[in-house]
Design a protein around this ligand. Structure first.
Ligand SMILES: CC(=O)N[C@H]1[C@@H](OP(=O)(O)OP(=O)(O)OC[C@H]2O[C@@H](n3ccc(=O)[nH]c3=O)[C@H](O)[C@@H]2O)O[C@H](CO)[C@@H](O)[C@@H]1O
Ligand SMILES: C=C(OP(=O)(O)O)C(=O)O
Length: 437
């Protein structure tokens, strides 16, 4: 079966777009339903491959799942079959996404056992699980790593997990979520320093507190968690996906389009709009909407001393690594130059080869750094046939194709579908010439 997008570039897009619920928040929040036998109702769930797979995994382990509507789902984990975690089916399915690792924290806390098969997700460099496993160990769990099957088997001590102080080696996003979910049901107080504090984590902590957890320091890198003996059900609404919002800002600039991003929850976007602003992209806030006017050109700013701008990733509240590929593609048509420095992942910039084939001027300095010399619209990119290597590179290539002259075909779009809801249909509604073939 062919699985590709065929895009005819050059159309100027126009209209309003509503961001989906946040993928990376969804993966945390949906894992957290395992912490209680009570009913948890979650709204604004994105209808995307990764999230649907996680929901399937929960149903497989015995969680009652009631999809009230496309975006709202009720969960009740009152009859979990923990033995299912050792089945080959669980290992296979959970290995298809990254988010499944976050089932471990709640399972360990509530049932005393967990398994983490080698997780899926983007192949963008080494993605170790040390922070997760060492964090569980600090709470008293023991683990065995099965090198043959490539999975961690974890067990809580008799009497349950015990709160402690820990300083994380790095502020891992999913690692922090996992440790927080384990610590909320531990005996005593857990302090996590150098915790990740993305809005995803803030939302998770807010949800857990509404279930009866006692977490202080939400939004900071110092969390204090007083363990409780049980949690109750709750209702939780997901934030809009900040990575989708950034992608749409880039799309508008690159295709010279006038787009309004509705209900963007601007206060939760951190430094994201500012970084796109450094590329010269104009944005207007209208209430909680972001309006991007059609711009013939945009010019990359230099640093204050006149030197070439660098845009790099950094743990929150710094700039998310998930938007660097988008920034890079948008820079290809800017006036001026920028150095893109992807510090966290070592294989996330190789997709620039495809942009170079399309006519972009980019020098890949090393696996972490690429210099983009903007074309300043002197000539458009040209359409080519290409393949999407990971979710964000995939969307960047899609944006490049929508701006390019002629036809592009993008293969391996499963990568895009795992994180962007009905993307072809939503782009067509804005006037894009894109079809699934
Ligand atoms: C499902 C999910 O939520 N996925 C996100 C999550 O992945 P994930 O939680 O897997 O990523 P981590 O935060 O654990 O780390 C990402 C990578 O960055 C490195 N690292 C991390 C922190 C640091 O200060 N220095 C450093 O070099 C890690 O070693 C690792 O290679 O967070 C990543 C970093 O924002 C995002 O790209 C992913 O989209
Ligand atoms: C890297 C990403 O996802 P995952 O962690 O699921 O691979 C991403 O969302 O950009």
């Amino acid at each position: 079966m062919i699985n590709a997008f065929e895009v005819r570039g050059g159309n100027r897009l126009k209209g309003e777009i509503i961001p989906q619920g946040a993928k990376n928040e969804a993966l945390q929040i949906i894992s957290a339903v395992l912490l209680t036998p009570g009913k948890v109702t979650i709204s604004n769930i994105p209808d995307i491959v990764d999230v649907n797979l996680l929901i399937e995994l929960l149903a497989d382990v015995g969680v009652k799942v009631n999809r009230v509507s496309r975006a709202v789902c009720e969960f009740q984990a009152d009859a979990v079959n923990i033995d299912y975690l050792e089945s080959p089916e669980f290992k296979k399915k959970s290995g298809r996404l990254r988010g499944s690792v976050m089932m471990a924290g709640p399972l360990l806390a509530r049932f005393g056992k967990a398994y983490i098969p080698k997780p899926g997700g983007d192949k963008i460099g080494r993605r170790r699980l040390d922070t997760h496993v060492i964090g569980f160990e600090r709470l008293g769990a023991s683990f065995v790593y099965d090198t043959g099957d490539n999975y961690f088997r974890l067990e809580s001590p008799k009497g349950g997990l015990k709160g402690t102080y820990m300083l994380l080696d790095e502020p891992s996003v999913t690692g922090t979520a996992n440790i927080v979910m384990a610590a909320v049901l531990a005996n005593g107080t857990t302090t996590i320093y150098n915790a990740a504090c993305e809005p995803y984590l803030q939302q998770l902590c807010k949800m857990l507190n509404s279930m009866g957890a006692k977490i202080k320091g939400v939004g900071s890198n110092l969390l204090e968690i007083e363990g409780v003996s049980s949690l109750t059900g709750c209702e939780h609404a997901m934030l809009p996906d900040m990575i989708e919002i950034g992608s749409f800002i880039g799309l508008a600039a690159m295709t010279q389009s006038e787009i309004t991003i509705k209900n963007a929850s601007i206060k939760n976007l951190g430094i994201i709009p500012e970084k796109f602003g450094l590329l010269g992209i104009k944005m207007e806030y209208r209430g909680d909407d972001i309006h991007i006017p059609a711009q013939d050109s945009y010019e990359i700013q230099n640093f204050l001393d006149g030197s070439i701008l660098t845009i790099s990733d950094h743990p929150w509240p710094g700039f998310t690594p998930d938007l660097l590929s988008i920034v890079l593609v948008v820079a290809t048509q800017a006036r001026g130059s920028v150095l893109i420095h992807q510090k966290m992942f070592e294989s996330r910039l190789f997709f620039v080869d495809k942009l170079i084939d399309m006519g972009a001027q980019i020098i890949l300095c090393d696996p972490h750094r690429a210099t983009v010399i903007g074309l300043g619209r002197h000539h458009p990119l040209r359409g080519i046939t290409m393949s999407s290597p990971d979710i964000r590179a995939g969307v960047s290539l899609l944006i490049a194709a929508l701006s390019a002259e002629g036809k592009s075909t993008i293969h391996n779009i499963d990568q895009i579908d795992r994180g962007y809801q009905y993307i072809d249909e939503r782009l067509r509604n804005l006037g894009a010439d894109i079809k699934r073939v």
